[in-house]
Design a protein around this ligand. Structure first.
Ligand code: AKG
Length: 284
């Protein structure tokens, strides 16, 4: 039986609002709370040097940069693959007007390299520790920013992503200097719980003060991770070209989490996934 069959019509908007508040409260009090024993299990199996320091910085600030995560050989392979994807990307008038390129999630399945990296163990361990529960892949894509001074708009303005807790991981394939085209964020703002996620852009009155702002910057081969519930923004400017590949992860829950369509991985990678990797890729 549906809600509308048992609730009189004039009360339906109120009932819908109460239901959505209950779901939000469930997210806040239950779903988004990390499980400490799960965290300990992840930390015990993590192989990344300084894992706990990075993981705890991520928990405290809602963002962390791991310098030189990839070695020069891996970085070169990533750059070659990224360039191939940019050169074969379909024309997009808006991206061109914004002096950039966006490689859509759908193209992940063409790339064995970026499909493989979606399940890189140290990246996953950091994401799993932060969430404090099993996660799934919720998005992927690439972005090239050419030097450009743009008006505020889209990601290039203060916002949170309107999804509540979600981790986005950025792989830097170019240097990202702190005065260049880096992601700006307000440390700690990931802890703000947004009951209303329909208004996720922060207008100039709500924009953070300069003294609160931190930056995701680092040399090519570094990795940045943010909770997209943070107040954050891209910082388009005339600094050097920025090439990044990104992945998004969330913990699923049937009550309140609406996941994006599962990103498809390259068939060669799919063929060798373990059962746990298949679960993360949402293939089971
Ligand atoms: O590209 C950036 O620096 C920011 C991206 C962003 O705003 C987002 O992923 O929500």
């Amino acid at each position: 039986m549906q809600l509308k069959e048992i609730i009189p019509t004039p009360l339906q908007p109120l009932a819908r609002r109460a239901y959505s508040l209950m779901r939000a409260e469930y997210d806040k009090q239950v779903h988004e709370r990390p499980n400490t024993s799960y965290r300990s299990k992840i930390a015990a199996g993590a192989g990344l040097p300084n894992f706990i320091k990075y993981a705890e910085d991520m928990c405290a600030d809602g963002a962390v940069v791991i310098p030189n995560f990839f070695d020069p050989k891996q970085l070169l392979e990533m750059r070659i693959e990224f360039q191939r994807l940019v050169e074969t990307n379909p024309f997009n008038a808006q991206a061109k007007a914004e002096q950039g390129a966006h490689i859509a999630t759908g193209r992940l399945q063409e790339s064995a390299l970026f499909s493989e990296l979606a399940l890189e163990p140290s990246i996953l361990a950091l994401v799993q520790y932060y969430w404090g529960k099993p996660v799934v892949l919720n998005g992927a894509g690439g972005t090239r920013y050419e030097p450009a001074k743009l008006k505020d708009g889209g990601s290039n303005q203060w916002h949170h992503d309107g999804k509540r807790k979600q981790v986005r991981v950025f792989l830097f394939m170019t240097d990202v200097p702190s005065n260049g085209q880096c992601t700006l964020f307000v440390p700690g703002s990931h802890k703000t719980f947004h009951y209303d996620v329909s208004q996720s852009r922060l207008n100039s009155k709500k924009a953070p003060l300069a003294k609160n702002i931190a930056r995701c910057s680092g040399p090519a081969g570094s990795l940045a991770m943010i909770d997209t519930n943070l107040a954050h923004r891209a910082n388009r400017n005339t600094g050097p070209r920025r090439d990044t590949w990104n992945y998004a992860f969330r913990a699923p829950n049937p009550v309140s989490t609406q996941l994006n369509t599962a990103p498809s991985l390259h068939p060669e990678v799919v063929a060798r996934l373990t059962p746990e990797q298949r679960r993360i890729a949402r293939l089971t």
